[in-house]
Design a binder for this molecule. Sequence first.
Ligand code: ADP
Ligand code: MG
Length: 250
Amino acid sequence: MIRIRRLQKSFKGKQVLSDIDLDIEEGQVVSIIGPSGAGKSTLLRCINLLEVPSAGNITVGSKSVSYQTNAKGKLTFLSQMRLSWLRTDVGMVFQQFNLWPNKTVLQNIIEGPCIVKKIPRSEAEAKARSLLAKVGMLEKINEYPANLSGGQQQRVAIARALAMEPKVILFDEPTSALDPELVHEVLEIMVNLAREGMTMVVVTHEMNFARNVSDRVLFMEDGKITRDGHPEDIFGNPSPRMVQFLRSLS
Ligand code: ADP
Ligand code: MG
C-alpha cells in the first residue's frame, strides 16, 4: 500500500530523514515510536506531502511520485500536479485536531468530499451522518469545534479523514493533546478501525496501543528507522536507545 524508497528530507541543509526505505502492506497497522526530534512527524508529513521530500520516491496504492525539485528546491509543476492527486488517498489526523473553527462539525466533514471530490452535497451529508454515528458524534453534528472536548474534536477529525475514503490514514500523536480521561475514547475508535482492516500508520506514545494493537512497530532515532518488527520482538528485545526512550515515558 505504501512503498518508500531512499526518502530524504533536509531543512536548511540539516538532514532530518536519511535514506528511508519502508513498505507497508494493505491492512497493516504500524506504530512509529521514538524520541522527540527523531523525524517521526516529518516522515508522516512527507508521506502525504505536507512536506516536500528532498529526494526519493513514494508510492501509495497505485500512485507514485518521484521527487524532482528545481535548483531552488521547489517541486516542478508536474510533481505539483501529481501531489494533489496522490494526497486524496491519504488521510491525516493531527495531535491538535486541526478542525476548522468557523465551521460546524457537519461542514468540517463534507468540505473535502464536496470541494475536492465533487460529491453532491446530499450524498456527502448522508455519508457524514453515518461516519458521525460510527464515532459517536452524531448528536453534535451542528456544533462548532470550540464547544467540543478534545476527545470529541479528535473523533470528528477521524470522521473527517474517513469521509475522503482514504486508502491509508496517518495519525500523528492523536491522543497526546488530550486529558488522560479522554484518551480511551479516541483509542477505542482507532482500535475499531484497525479491526476493520484500515491501513494505519500511527506515531504514538501510547505503548499499549503500539504493543497490543499494531501489527508492526518502528523505532526511529536521528532520522532513521533503527528497529522494525513485530511488537513482541521489538518490546521483548529493545535496543539500549529504546530502553532509554521507554524509561523517559514513565
Ligand atoms: P518528531 O516528530 O520525531 O519529534 P520531527 O519530524 O517533528 O520529529 O522533527 C525532526 C527534526 O526536524 C527536528 O530537529 C525538528 O526541529 C526539525 N524540523 C521539523 N520541521 C521543521 C521545519 N519546518 N523547519 C525546520 N526544521 C524542522
Ligand atoms: Mg512529532
